[in-house]
Design a protein around this ligand. Sequence first.
Ligand code: BGC
Length: 360
Amino acid sequence: MTAASRYLWLLVLLGLFIHCSEKPTETIVVPEEKWPFRPPSTQPLDAFVMSAAIGRGFNLGNALEAAVEGEGGMVIQDHYFKIIADAGFTSIRLPVTWSAHSMTVPPFYIEAAFFERVDHVIQEALKNGLIVILNDHHFDELNADPQAYKGWLIALWEQIARHYKDYPDELYFEILNEPHGEFNTHPEWWNSLAAEALAVIRNLNPYRMTVIGPINWNSINSLPTLELPKEDQSLIATFHFYDPFQFTHQGAEWAGEEAQSWLGTKWSGTLDQRNAVTAQLDKAVKWAEEQGRPLYLGEFGAYSKADDNSRYVWTDFVARSAEKRHISWTYWEFGAGFGAYDREARAWRPLILRALMPGG
Ligand code: BGC
């Protein structure tokens, strides 16, 4: 070894020594928003506790269930979640029409950009401490022809379940909004498809809370046809409530021409009117008790064409009656046609807010 190369080696060794003894720098970079906050549970959770945790919440309707967000009347803004949480609400249900954002033939891939948008919305809600119930909405093809399109639903859930498998327990899944159409004459088709979708979900989400409701638009009267997989304890049964329909859907453009003739229908909470509501809720409770399942009212609301006072009295009565029966709920919906929040005025509609959150 020449003197020059020995000198070079010495330099290399010295460099190594200095590098290894370097202290870590003092500036520790904390990720701005560590995501996900917490991995999901590796133990079964108590479905009754998780159902109760939904508490009082909102459907973020008329947004992500449109073919293009905004076409349904609403684009979800990040600050809505703070407004909702600050008013004391604890959950949101997120209607999403996945089938409008996926391939219509196998392998039914969901658009990456759409997933990113849904991710963002879910994360904003979770950051504000809200439970999120993520559903599959407006799957018209499936309701019209379940046998032809069931593979599409399974493929969607395979992807959704994989995509969100590391999300915290506060993200719940709901397999299908309001099964209807051909399912109504074949409730067994719905039961077997729901079980199949659940099995796909369970591969990577063994204990994630999953919501399932009956045919006939999640009607209480159809709860007896619903068969939930017995061994799965991470399930919450759901139903929707819009009775009397002539009152809640008066003037609703999507409820047919007849709905125009219902305009002016009032609901003042007479004894008969109240009994009609509680008799239905009691039916739901009886079914749930027999099945040993928690109950969640996923949608209820009265369209804004009804008079404000009737809307207040009905909404207050349904919400309180559900709560008395330990049924958590999400009102239909936050900021559009049934809206509790006036997005133009940037203010809550005081009567609807008070009906949903007494003292609010
Ligand atoms: C539907 C909405 C409708 C609401 C009340 C929801 O399940 O997706 O389009 O406005 O029910 O009828």
